[in-house]
Design a protein around this ligand. Sequence first.
Ligand code: FAD
Length: 307
Amino acid sequence: MSVLLIAEISGAYIALSATAKALSAVAPLGPVTILAAGDGVDPAPLAALDGVAKVLHVEGADYGHQMPESFSELILSIAPNFTHIVAPATAAAKAILPRVAALLDVMVITDVTKLESADTFERPIYAGNATQSVTSTDPIKVLTIRTAGFDDAPAAAAAPIEGVDPTTGSDLSNWVEDRVVKTDRPELTSAGVVVSGGRGVGSEENFAIIGALADTLNAAVGASRAAVDSGYAPNDMQVGQTGKVVAPDLYIACGVSGAIQHLAGMKDSKVIVAINCDAEAPIFQVADYGLVTDLFEAVPALTEQLK
Ligand code: FAD
């Protein structure tokens, strides 16, 4: 087996935890080569992960902007040497790897949660209500890994870093601008603690109490789709089937009912705390700790205690 893992890199920034979790997932297949393609990126932290045989380092503005056309051309130039082409299931990989698979004339298997063997993979379907086991007979397996359920690969002695020439690139699309939301809080999908608010929070102004609790715990803030649709929280905070998938050590759901589509994005959290005034709310079926009370009393009181 020979595995090519596409590191999640934006510009010069390496999403090390997402890449290290995908590495843990595929490490049982054998030595892993990491492709570090970015713009001004230092690949050394990737070379220092356990299970890495080699890092291929390539520089290019298009790679830094994660442009699917140029990126897939680069991957294709390397692909014939590998049996598995893998990336963490991020927004960028979801744009790049289907293109790679199509150009290789193989299937793409997305959101893999478990590798049963070198050709058989588990992935959730029906919003996490069922698990599908997929066997691929393709000569090259193209996979995205849902990283939430895997631990970061530990540090190890540095693997060699080899420079690779960029490919010519594609003029099918041009990068114009990235509008990035700046926050001092941890990134939602890799945060150790997430505090989420639902429709029960009631307004954008009230969402400040969710932020205040999050800040005492150095947590990321999440939201249900109802909270996002009601304008209480921005879109990029949405957790769930059509939002982000998280699996932090601690997930605190405040005023969230626990609809199946929300659970699909957070049910793998290690400890779930639910604060909801309705004892019948389905969130309590997955919660490790439940507080049946008014969140407007409980959340500020909890924040004060933690301070
Ligand atoms: P509600 O269901 O309205 O629940 C609000 C909760 O707040 C209630 O349980 C209530 O008891 C409690 N509450 C009210 N006031 C207080 C108070 N003062 N103190 C304590 N508790 C209080 N949803 C997502 O979250 N993420 C998704 O990605 C997602 N994707 C979807 C995709 C599809 C195709 C569809 C059809 C739906 C999707 N949904 C998603 C929507 C989902 O079905 C629910 O509608 C949504 O999750 C409900 O959000 P909520 O729990 O905040 O609101």
